[in-house]
Design a protein around this ligand. Structure first.
Ligand SMILES: [Zn+2]
Length: 145
């Protein structure tokens, strides 16, 4: 404990102004004069900030955040938005997609199914073990009905 206290005291010595100790009268008057002139117009004036430091981060859906455009040829990506049991597209309350991207995903899934790239009543078997983008059991928003 004693060692800890000593080490905490030691650096304080470096803060002592040696010039002030040598000639206290001159140094003090100069310091006072400086204090009254500079502090008023420089340090106390309000600071103009370029941007709001408390601004919240813009909320974006997972596809917008990574700049991904869903395409009917990218079946592996599309199948991540499909239920493995029914083949239906997960709702926005589960995926958290924005309206634009959700409609785009639905459109591309239908296109891929019509082209025969994607199954309609289940998820493609080769993509069943893909990492999950979201948990369908825990919706991020309650269902609207
Ligand atoms: Zn989005």
């Amino acid at each position: 404990m004693i060692c800890g206290i000593r080490s905490s005291i030691r650096p304080a010595r470096s803060y002592v102004n040696k010039g002030a100790l040598a000639s206290p009268a001159v140094a003090n008057s100069a310091a006072l004069y400086k204090h009254y002139t500079t502090n008023v117009d420089n340090n106390d004036s309000p600071v103009a900030l370029k941007e709001n430091p408390f601004a919240k981060e813009k909320v974006q859906c997972i596809l917008c955040k990574h700049g991904i455009n869903p395409d009917y040829k990218n079946v592996q990506l599309l199948s991540q938005f499909q239920s493995p049991y029914t083949g239906r597209v997960y709702g926005r309350n589960i995926t958290g997609l924005c309206k634009n991207r959700h409609e785009q995903v639905e459109r591309e899934i239908i296109k891929a199914q019509n082209a025969g790239f994607m199954p309609t009543y289940h998820k493609a078997v080769e993509f069943l073990n893909d990492p999950k983008l979201f948990d369908p059991e825990k919706a991020i928003r309650p269902h609207k009905y």
